[in-house]
Design a protein around this ligand. Structure first.
Ligand SMILES: Nc1ncnc2c1ncn2[C@@H]1O[C@H](COP(=O)(O)OP(=O)(O)OP(=O)(O)O)[C@@H](O)[C@H]1O
Ligand SMILES: [Mg+2]
Length: 462
C-alpha cells in the first residue's frame, strides 16, 4: 500500500512517513499541489493524505480536482486550520476523513486503515453485484427466472458435484441437453470430455460397438480396434440424448456399466474400466415404457435416483420475456443483425401461445421473424398459430369473456399441438385427436390453419 503525503511542511512529512512506515505502509511525498498532482498521475497511489494549506493552490480546489480525476482514490484531509467550514467543505467533496493538526500517531494510522478498508469493501461490493447481475435469470446458457426454473437451477447446482446418474425428463425442446451440459460444466469433471450419444435410429449391433468399442476382427468390417464412447468419455460425462429408444438388449449392458463401472468391448474378453458420469434424457413416459415391457425396470430405477423435471414452456410463461430477450439477442448476433425491438403486441401473442415445441419452437419463431422481418419484431412477423393464439382462461375475468372465442382458441392450440406431435402429418394428428381425417381437415380449414390459407408458405404447425 502506497500513501501520498501532500504537505508543505517537511517536518510533518517526516513524522507522517515514519509513523505510517512503522504501521507497514509505504509513503511518497510532495510539498506543493502541482508536485502532488504530478505524483498521482505518474505513480500508483492507494490513498492521499492532503494538507488543505498549500503554498501554490487552495487545498479544497486540489481536493475537487483529485475527486474528478481519481474518483476511487480515498482522501484523508489534514490541516492546522481546524475550521469547521473547511472540514465540512472537505467532507462534502468526498474526503473520507478529516484530521485537525496536531494529531496523535495512532489516530492517523487508524483513519488511514479505515479509509483503505472502506475502499476495499466498495470495490468488493461492486464486483459481487456485477457477478450477480451476470447470473441473474439463468444458469450458464440456461435462461429462466421463474420459481420453477430456479428450482431446476438449484437441483443442477447440487447434483453437479455428485457422481450419481441423472435423468432429465421433459418434452421436446425444453432444454434437456442444456441441462446436461450445465451439469457437466459445474461438476469437478468440467475439464474432461462431454460426449453425446444419439442412440436414435442405430441398430443394436452398431450402437453397442459405438458405446463399448470393438476388437479388430470381432465382426466383418471391424478392421481395427475401436474405442467406445464410454472410453472416450473417461473422466467426463456421457449424455444419452434419448434413453427411451435404447433397445432392451443394450439396456442390460448399460445397467452393467452403471453398476460395475466396467464394460466389455465387442469381441473382447477383458472388461475395460471407465470413470464416467451418466446423464440421460427422455421426453418419453418411461414408467409407461416399463409397464409395457419396453424398458427395463432395474435400469429405470438406477437412472431415476436424481430426476430433473423440465416443465413445458406453457407452464412457465413467466420466463418468456427473458427468453425472448436472450434468444433474439442470440439470433441477431448469429445472423450479424442489430438486435430488433419486440413490440408489445408481438410480446402479447408470444405470451398467449402455448408452445407445443417449447423453447426450440420459440427460438425458431423468433429467428424466422428476425431474418425475414423489417428490423422490428411485430405480431405480423409471427406465424398464424402464434398470432391467433387465444389465452386459455381458467377463471372468468370481471368483464366476462366470449365462451366461443375461448373454446376456439383452446381447440386451435390443441390442433397445433397435435400437428406438431404428428410431424405435420394430418392423418396421424387426426388419430391422436380421435377424429376422422376429414373432420380434422374441416377444422383446420375453418380455423385458417391449412398451408394454402397462408401467404408465406410456412408450415401451420409451427
Ligand atoms: N432455458 C433455456 N434458455 C435458453 N435457451 C434454451 C433454454 N431451453 C432451451 N433452449 C434452447 O432451445 C433449444 C432446444 O434445447 P435442447 O436441445 O436442450 O432441448 P431438448 O429438451 O434436448 O429437446 P429434444 O427432446 O427435442 O432433444 C436449444 O437451441 C436451446 O439452446
Ligand atoms: Mg435434445
Amino acid at each position: 500500500m502506497t500513501i501520498l503525503i501532500l504537505d508543505d511542511e517537511p517536518v510533518i512529512r517526516d513524522v507522517l512517513r515514519t509513523v505510517l512506515g512503522k504501521a507497514g505502509f509505504g509513503a511518497v511525498e510532495a510539498g506543493t499541489a502541482a508536485e502532488g498532482l504530478e505524483r498521482l498521475a505518474s505513480d500508483p497511489v492507494d490513498l492521499l493524505l492532503l494538507d488543505l494549506m498549500l503554498p501554490d493552490r487552495p487545498g479544497l480546489e486540489v481536493l475537487t480536482e483529485v475527486r474528478a480525476r481519481w474518483p476511487e482514490l480515498p482522501v484523508v484531509v489534514i490541516t492546522a486550520y481546524s475550521s469547521v467550514e473547511s472540514a465540512i467543505a472537505a467532507m462534502r467533496q468526498g474526503a473520507y476523513h478529516y484530521l485537525p493538526k496536531p494529531f496523535r500517531n495512532d489516530e492517523i494510522v487508524h483513519v488511514v486503515r479505515q479509509a483503505l478498508e472502506k475502499r476495499r469493501l466498495v470495490a468488493e461490493n461492486r464486483e459481487l453485484k456485477a457477478r450477480l447481475d451476470g447470473t441473474r435469470g439463468g444458469l450458464g446458457e440456461l435462461v429462466g427466472r421463474g420459481a420453477t426454473m430456479e428450482k431446476v437451477f438449484d437441483t443442477i447446482r447440487q447434483a453437479a458435484n455428485a457422481r450419481s446418474t441423472i435423468l432429465v425428463v421433459g418434452e421436446s425442446g425444453t432444454g434437456k441437453e442444456l441441462v446436461a451440459r450445465a451439469l457437466h460444466r459445474l461438476s469437478p469433471r468440467a475439464t474432461g470430455p462431454f460426449v453425446t450419444v444419439n442412440s436414435g435410429s442405430l441398430p443394436p449391433d452398431l450402437l453397442e460397438s459405438n458405446l463399448f468399442g470393438h476388437i479388430r476382427g470381432s465382426f466383418t468390417g471391424a478392421v481395427a480396434d475401436k474405442r467406445g464412447l464410454f472410453k472416450v468419455a473417461d473422466g467426463g460425462t456421457i449424455f444419452f440424448d434419448e434413453i427411451g429408444t435404447i433397445p432392451l438388449e443394450t439396456q442390460a449392458k448399460l445397467l452393467r456399466v452403471l453398476q460395475e463401472r466396467e464394460f466389455l468391448p465387442v469381441g473382447a474378453v477383458e472388461p475395460i474400466r471407465s470413470d464416467v458420469r451418466v446423464v440421460a434424457a427422455t421426453n418419453a413416459d418411461l414408467p409407461r415404457f416399463v409397464a409395457d415391457g419396453r424398458f427395463r425396470e432395474d435400469l429405470y430405477y438406477r437412472l431415476c435416483v436424481i430426476t430433473i423435471h423440465l416443465p413445458p414452456l406453457r407452464e412457465r410463461k413467466e420466463d418468456i420475456p427473458l427468453l425472448v430477450e436472450a434468444l433474439v439477442a442470440r439470433a441477431a448476433s448469429e445472423n450479424g443483425r442489430p438486435v430488433p425491438p419486440v413490440t408489445p403486441a408481438a410480446m402479447k401473442a408470444l405470451l398467449d401461445y402455448d408452445w407445443p415445441g417449447n423453447v426450440r419452437e420459440l427460438e425458431n419463431v423468433l429467428e424466422h421473424a428476425l431474418v425475414l422481418g423489417p428490423g422490428v419484431i411485430d405480431a405480423e412477423d409471427l406465424p398464424d398459430a402464434v398470432r391467433h393464439a387465444v389465452p386459455r382462461p381458467t377463471a372468468i375475468p370481471s368483464g366476462g369473456l366470449s365462451l366461443q372465442d375461448a373454446v376456439d382458441g383452446y381447440r386451435r392450440s390443441l390442433l397445433t399441438a397435435a400437428l406438431h406431435r404428428a410431424g405435420g402429418v394430418q392423418k396421424k394428428a387426426a388419430e391422436l385427436l380421435r377424429l376422422k381425417p376429414t373432420t380434422l381437415n374441416e377444422m383446420l380449414k375453418r380455423h385458417g390453419m391449412l398451408p394454402r390459407d397462408r401467404d408465406d408458405g410456412t408450415k401451420p404447425a409451427r
